[in-house]
Write a protein that binds this ligand. Structure first.
Ligand SMILES: [Zn+2]
Length: 281
């Protein structure tokens, strides 16, 4: 089937009280595993690219690869540009075929974030591209971000203002998650999530999905999260599988043997992770 609109996938998840899961990919194997894993799990999936990765996988080639694999997939597949805070790069991605983008102005003061995000929404609308914004800030474990500090969490009143003034299709919010691998088990503030969900109608997005216990995720999905992003966990598994595959003696006899085992391991991971999504297709 053709590429699905991320907006439509998220609306369907909102109606079903669950979350679509989005994975960052970096090469053909990781994209392939996202889509094959989704077919195994019978769940929709969103494949994402970090803008910095375009130096190793160009926007055009990445978008074309996802579209090509989506065409023959038996489940809905979405394509999305992850965190980007530079308008020219977002425009480049749209030009090269991305149908959904994240305008991340979360490090900016509120008014600046609104103005930046709104400018992206205005341009994206012309090309029928969806925009995810971020209000509050989900930081990086590696950067020492204090993800348990409630002062960094999204404020429901600001979320409502942000959604109303920008017109975003979805909104990333902060309530105790962080990018990277957690040093201590995260404890999501589900009460805050419910308050945000009450204040806005747009689907909410949870970033920093690597290492959050499944029971917390299930609750967050029922309480308003409709898109869940996973990056680090998937990339670390990819690295581990590549290391195992490419140090095997067997490769000297069959140089392509590694590809099969890497794809198998990645696909199994995706299929298992996607079981958290209640939307069977
Ligand atoms: Zn993120």
């Amino acid at each position: 089937m053709a590429l699905e609109k991320v907006r439509d996938l998220l609306c369907a998840a909102q109606k079903a009280n669950t979350s679509v899961i989005a994975f960052d990919a970096c090469d053909y194997n990781t994209i392939y595993a996202c889509i094959k894993g989704a077919e195994v799990a019978r769940r929709p999936v969103i494949v994402m690219l970090y803008p910095t990765m375009r130096s190793v996988f160009s926007f055009g080639a990445f978008a074309a690869t996802v579209k090509d694999l989506a065409k023959s997939a038996s489940v809905p597949v979405g394509l999305h540009l992850d965190h980007c805070s530079e308008l020219p790069i977002i425009i480049e991605a749209i030009r090269d075929g991305f149908t959904s983008v994240m305008a991340d102005g979360s490090a900016m003061p509120l008014e600046e974030n609104i103005a930046f995000t709104k400018s992206v929404v205005d341009i994206a609308k012309i090309f029928d591209v969806d925009v995810e914004g971020e209000i509050g800030h989900v930081g990086q474990v590696a950067g020492g971000f204090d993800y348990q500090n409630a002062d960094t969490f999204t404020r429901p009143d600001e979320a409502a203002v942000f959604a109303g003034r920008t017109g975003v299709a979805s909104m990333a919010v902060a309530f105790g998650s962080c990018h990277g691998m957690y040093k201590a088990e995260p404890n999501l503030d589900l009460e805050r999530l419910q308050e945000i969900d009450k204040a806005v109608d747009v689907p909410l997005v949870l970033h920093g999905g690597s290492g959050i216990p499944a029971d917390q995720l299930e609750k967050a999905f029922q309480m308003g999260i409709n898109k869940f992003n996973v990056g680090t966990e998937f990339f670390l598994l990819n690295t581990k599988l590549c290391k195992e595959a490419y140090t095997s003696e067997e490769l000297l006899k069959n140089p392509f043997a590694g590809i099969t085992s890497i794809r198998k391991g990645l696909t199994e991971y995706i299929a298992k992770k996607l079981e958290l999504c209640e939307m069977k297709v």
